[in-house]
Design a protein around this ligand. Structure first.
Ligand SMILES: C[S@@+](CC[C@H](N)C(=O)[O-])C[C@H]1O[C@@H](n2cnc3c(N)ncnc32)[C@H](O)[C@@H]1O
Length: 405
């Protein structure tokens, strides 16, 4: 079975089971206490040492520090969620939690302020719009023949992009803008996925300009290949597409009104302070897609740039940010709900800071008690330069449980 269906068509499984607005955040006291479903969680090998290779779906677009699917998947398998509730990932990144929820027929809500994260999450969890292949062919065909489009005003454009690549990307973005709105996410994701490859940037994580002789025509070939691979990955999904809402917003500004499903659990991996720079990683992708990386940078929790300045952030900033986040979590979650965090240490101004400890401490202030904790090894591929530099090798899986009152 493929999921190439009409976006508004009669696919019966992408069902919305949102609670009526007046019931959204009420505790359902009739819900029985869940059995202590975490009993067997201690037997889990959190390193997932026998993990298979990445699936096509995981690989549709690069994203730093993403979950391996087994992490949210195993947590979901132990949570024994009451029916009708959704799982919230307030730092959803590339949507791994949402995909694992869909695989299990569980509704989900993902929040991220990074528009590339939201784009990836939406594409991974949505139907394939009908007619996407002909739109792709048309974009490529017209884009190649198009008389020269103007590149958007991107800082340092000439440093990072050669003349033929600039022309090809400008033509592609103009053709994408003319394609039906329901097709744009997939083609924009394909375009986003090739930006670093066609630029003069050495790699996704190395910001040095190197020679690049990619031709005008090659950009179109790479784009077509990327979009085709995304479509094939989406076609390989063999499960019904349960509702997955993606909210592009600063989680610290999230209000209960933003979330239209009752939240039965949180599974997330918050940003590590002073470790990654998601906005920087996706900076040129955002510029080319007409998005603004600078506003993302300003509100990105933990972005390294915030730790360089004179008036610089400290571990206390992260604590304050988590306090704000927990105030919202406490409003959204039903009683007894589990909230799982995968979180490790950071190096801030020369000192190693235990972020998991912060999560536990702040959680306690908001009525979240410790249920389970394990330590896992961070795979070398997931480690940021900063974590490797600070010799940080492990992270914690923490499961908190919200009290009934
Ligand atoms: C560790 S990553 C999450 C990766 C995710 N688990 C996955 O599988 O792809 C942390 C995410 O937090 C997001 N983030 C940082 N500050 C944020 C904020 N203020 N509001 C919402 N999201 C934020 C980043 O954009 C990043 O996607």
């Amino acid at each position: 079975m493929t999921h190439r269906e009409e976006i508004d068509g009669a696919w019966p499984l992408n069902v919305s089971t949102a609670a009526p607005a007046e019931h959204r955040f009420e505790a359902d006291e009739s819900q029985p206490m869940r059995p202590s479903s975490l009993e067997r969680i201690r037997e889990v090998d959190w390193n997932f040492s026998d993990r298979a290779v990445q699936s096509e779906l995981e690989r549709i677009h690069p994203y730093p520090a993403k979950f391996i699917p087994e992490l949210p998947g195993t947590l979901l398998d132990h949570f024994n969620l009451p029916s009708g509730v959704a799982v919230l990932d307030p730092f959803v990144g590339s949507g791994t939690t949402l995909v694992e929820c869909q695989r299990r027929g569980i509704q989900s809500v993902g929040v991220d302020l990074n528009p590339i994260a939201c784009l990836i999450s939406r594409v991974k969890t949505s139907l394939i719009p009908q007619g996407i292949s002909s739109s792709l062919a048309q974009i490529v065909d017209r884009g190649i023949r198009r008389s020269r489009s103007t590149a958007p005003p991107i800082p340092n454009l000439d440093h990072w992009f050669t003349e033929p690549v600039k022309r090809a990307l400008a033509n592609l973005t103009d053709e994408i803008a003319a394609t039906p709105a329901t097709h744009r996410d997939i083609v924009n994701l394909g375009l986003s996925s090739i930006i670093v490859r066609v630029s003069r940037q050495d790699s996704d994580t190395r910001y040095a300009a190197v020679d690049n002789d990619i031709s005008f025509d090659q950009v179109f070939k790479l784009f077509e290949g990327a979009v085709s691979r995304i479509i094939a990955a989406l076609e390989s999904r063999t499960y019904p597409l349960t509702r997955a809402d993606v909210i592009e917003k600063d989680t610290l500004a999230l209000t209960p009104g933003d979330v239209s499903l009752p939240v039965g659990a949180i599974i997330t991996s918050p940003p590590y302070p002073n470790a990654y720079e998601y906005w920087l990683y996706h900076k040129y992708r955002m510029w080319w897609l007409g998005l603004d990386p600078i506003s993302v940078k300003q509100n990105e929790i933990g972005a390294r740039a915030h730790f360089f300045k004179t008036n610089r952030h400290t571990a206390a900033h992260f604590e304050g940010q988590m306090r704000k986040a927990f105030a919202t979590f406490a409003t959204l979650l039903i009683p007894d709900a589990y909230a799982a965090f995968v979180m490790g240490r950071s190096k801030i101004h020369g000192e190693i800071v235990d972020n998991a400890r912060t999560i536990k401490m702040v959680g306690k202030e908001f009525g979240f008690a410790m249920s389970f904790e394990a330590e896992r090894t961070i795979s070398a591929a997931r480690k940021s330069f900063n974590l490797s530099h600070a010799n940080i090798k492990t992270e914690s899986v923490i499961v908190l449980r919200r009290s009934r009152t």
